[in-house]
Ligand binder design. Structure first.
Ligand code: C2E
Ligand code: CA
Ligand code: CA
Length: 739
């Protein structure tokens, strides 16, 4: 139970007994009262009508009813006890009506109201009895002055009694301070009772004087006042209702707006979120590699740049960049398919990530290139990391239920205050990686000499491109001799770079660059075209008396290209050379790099009708099991065996074995690098059919060869030919060599 409830109970405890007493007294007292018939309509009007005909005083809680006037009339006409009973009944009925109209009114409050009404009327009844005696009041009331004093007495008593009884109740009910309620209630109550007294007075006067007109005009007047007032109140109520409706509409609209706004905000938030996500995706894509999810070049460059700046601020700060490149990745990709290649890249990236420790960042650069940025305490730490990586990658990878082996070449560059750009450091690590690959080491640490070499290499590449454009590349031809008949039978085309400044540059100085840059493909096609064109021309001119084959070297790098066969066919068609007059030389090591694939390729080339020769034989470690499967015509014994061929030496044995082997396999044998009569004789004794070497002729430009061919006797008896010896001693390679 709360405090308010408690106070109400206390009030009830005080007022209820007094109320009961008042009603009790009235019931006892009323027995002796002589009542007439007019009491019936009066009682009905008091109890039932007055509560219905009520008007509320504006801006107050006070309801003006005719009940007060009627009770005053009943008091004056029938005495206090009737008035008390009517007042109590009226209060009870009003409470009932209020409740019926849906307003919450507690039973307790209703009892309080009834008690209040009874008590107040009781007090007034006794006050009147005190001032005007207990005899019939009607007589006093019949005189105007008597009536006025009586009415005033009644009104004032009513006022005070009700203030005493009602104010505490109102204060408790509204929870407001007693004094505040008092000041608000007093004027209302005063007006209420004065009006009640006035109506009662007018009514009684008109009854006593039996003045119908006065009564009618009084009723009309009050009816009009009531009507005007009700209209007013109705207007006010209507406009209030209208205002309320407008207010409600506004509220609804505001609510709708709030709803729309909330929706709009949530939409905005959603699109903001989508924007943020797509921005994140973009940022992720800009800084990550799609295949592996690793940081990409951009991110690594940013990170390296930060490290370089750190190093410039603090010399003691150490870090290293490791540039990694998978070996033979292209072969794996070409032979096992791109999806396996992708799988390998992913597997390698995972394995690399597993090797790294805190403070080391792994990124994918492109293709099979990875980069690691590692914070280190000493340079040894970077080397140890390289060792760990190389061991991890050496383990086989299982891709599509297939074991794939690979290895990695690494270049290491250490952070230095000399670096200003991340690109410089990456370039150096890349150069070191290139060195590691070339020297077949797992890794190489960058030093400045490497840079100088790389720059000259780069220069060479640029020069070479212009050389091709400017036709500075020339083909020299070296005769190949039938050792038995000492007769020139064919040529090997050997490329030369006739540099306007450096003179004739040997192929060993630029072929590797061509191979590394891919220039080898267009270069070889061009050489093929020139050599085949030349051969076709000689055959056309000399017929069967001319040379019987033209050997052209094929690079191992080019040999891996699928388009090679078509390129050969194109050259054959273009130059009109009979395929059998062209012999392609491919080194043993190039063939053995991927023997199975090579067999397929050799077969395809063979189908074009072109002859095939395995060059530098003896250096490429081909096994016998493969040798008989290679669809070739010729084996060319490597120069190194011929050069050191002496009686009984191991090299002599090898040459002997190779020749014997070739005989069994029904292959031709060419010995290259024959420089002495002694070697020539030995080879003849061993049954070697063909040979080439400085003893017969150096590779010569086409003009010199034309001279040679024009002297039929000489080239049919090519040895000993001191004249050609002098030609062979030409200035080839005697000029400056490329650095
Ligand atoms: P190779 O195919 O083994 O060519 C034979 C090399 O031995 C030639 O060197 C030739 O000048 C040299 N030679 C010939 N007889 C003798 C001799 O009696 N003594 C000595 N010491 N050397 C002799 P060259 O022309 O410098 O070519 C070197 C290598 O460059 C070639 O070795 C070949 O692998 C490559 N090469 C040359 N021209 C071409 C070409 O057009 N295409 C391709 N892919 N490679 C070429
Ligand atoms: Ca060759
Ligand atoms: Ca050779």
């Amino acid at each position: 139970m709360d405090r308010k409830e408690k106070k109400l109970n206390n009030l009830l405890l005080v007022i209820l007994p007094v109320g009961l007493f008042a009603v009790g007294w009235a019931l006892v007292d009323v027995v002796g009262v002589s009542v007439g018939l007019p009491l019936v309509p009066l009682a009905i009007a008091t109890v039932f009508l007055s509560s219905l005909l009520k008007i509320q005083l504006p801006r107050s809680n006070v309801h003006l009813t005719i009940s007060d006037a009627l009770i005053i009339i009943s008091l004056i006409v029938y005495g206090g006890s009737v008035a008390v009973l009517l007042a109590a009944a009226e209060a009870a009925f009003t409470s009932f009506v209020i409740r019926r109209d849906g307003e919450t009114i507690k039973f307790k409050t209703a009892v309080l109201n009834v008690s209040n009404a009874a008590v107040v009327t009781f007090v007034v009844a006794w006050a009147v009895r005190l001032f005007f005696g207990s005899a019939n009041l009607t007589d006093t009331a019949k005189s105007t002055s008597g009536l006025i004093t009586m009415l005033l007495t009644i009104a004032v008593t009513l006022f005070f009694a009700s203030i005493i009884c009602v104010t505490p109740f109102l204060a408790v009910k509204t929870g407001r301070p007693f004094l505040m309620v008092l000041t608000e209630y007093c004027p209302d109550a005063l007006v209420m009772y004065l009006v009640g007294a006035l109506i009662a007075g007018l009514t009684l006067t008109s009854i006593y004087q039996a003045n119908v007109y006065l009564m009618a005009s009084a009723v009309a007047f009050f009816a009009m006042v009531y009507w005007v007032y009700r209209r007013n109140v109705d207007d006010v109520r209507r406009s209030n209702a209208q205002a309320e409706r407008a207010e409600r509409k506004r509220a609804e609209q505001a609510e709708k707006h709030v709803g729309e706004l909330t929706h709009y905000i949530s939409e905005l938030e959603k699109s903001g979120e989508a924007l943020r996500r797509s921005r994140e995706r973009f940022r992720h894509a800009a800084y990550h590699d799609a295949l592996t999810g690793l940081p990409n070049r951009n991110q690594l460059i940013d990170a390296i740049r930060t490290q370089i700046e750190k190093k410039r601020r603090n010399q003691k700060h150490q870090f290293a960049v490791l540039f990694l490149d998978l070996d033979r990745f292209k072969t794996i990709n070409d032979s096992l398919g791109h999806s396996t290649g992708d799988g390998l890249i992913r597997a390698v990236s995972e394995r690399l990530a597993g090797v790294l420790t805190a403070g080391q960042m792994l990124g994918r650069f492109s293709g099979d290139e990875f980069t690691i940025l590692a914070g280190i305490n000493s340079e040894d730490e970077a080397l140890e990391l390289a060792d760990r990586i190389s061991a991890a990658i050496a383990e086989p990878f299982l891709l599509n239920e297939r074991q794939v082996f690979t290895s990695v070449s690494m270049g290491i560059a250490f952070g230095s205050p000399n670096y200003t750009e991340a690109d410089e450091m990456l370039r150096d690590a890349d150069i070191a990686m290139y060195y590691a690959k070339e020297s077949l080491e797992a890794y190489a640490v960058f030093d400045q000499n490497m840079h100088a070499e790389a720059v000259s290499l780069l220069q060479l590449e640029t020069d070479l491109r212009t050389a091709i454009e400017r036709d500075e590349l020339e083909i020299y031809y070296q005769p190949i001799v039938d050792l038995g008949a000492t007769k020139l039978v064919g040529f090997e085309a050997l490329v030369r770079w006739v540099h306007p400044k450096f003179g004739v540059i040997p192929p060993s100085n630029f072929i590797p660059v061509c191979e590394a840059t891919g220039l080898i493909v267009p270069l070889t096609i061009e050489i093929l075209r020139v050599a085949c064109g030349q051969m076709a021309e000689w055959r056309g001119r000399l017929g069967d008396e001319g040379p019987t084959f033209m050997s052209v070297n094929l690079s191992g790098k080019h040999f891996g290209h699928a388009e090679l066969v078509q390129q050969i066919k194109d050259v054959l068609a273009e130059t009109g050379i009979e395929p059998r007059f062209l012999k392609l030389e491919i080194t043993e090591s190039a063939v053995m790099e991927n023997a199975e694939r090579a067999i397929g390729m050799l077969k395809q080339i063979r189908e074009t009708g072109v002859q095939l020769c395995i060059d530098d034989f003896g250096t490429g470690h081909s096994s016998l099991s493969y040798l008989h499967r290679f669809p070739v015509d010729t084996l060319k014994v490597d120069r190194s065996f011929v050069a050191t061929m002496e009686d009984g030496s191991e090299n002599g044995e090898i040459v002997r074995t190779v020749i014997a082997l070739a005989k069994i396999l029904k292959l031709n044998v060419v010995a290259e690098g024959i420089e002495s009569i002694h070697q020539f004789h030995q080879l003849r004794i061993l049954g070697c059919e063909y040979g080439q070497g400085f003893l017969f002729s150096r590779p010569l430009p086409v003009g010199e060869i034309e001279k040679m061919l024009s002297d039929k006797f000489n080239w049919e008896n090519i040895l000993p030919m001191p004249d050609y010896g002098s030609i062979a001693q030409n200035k080839e390679f005697s000029r400056l060599r490329v650095q």
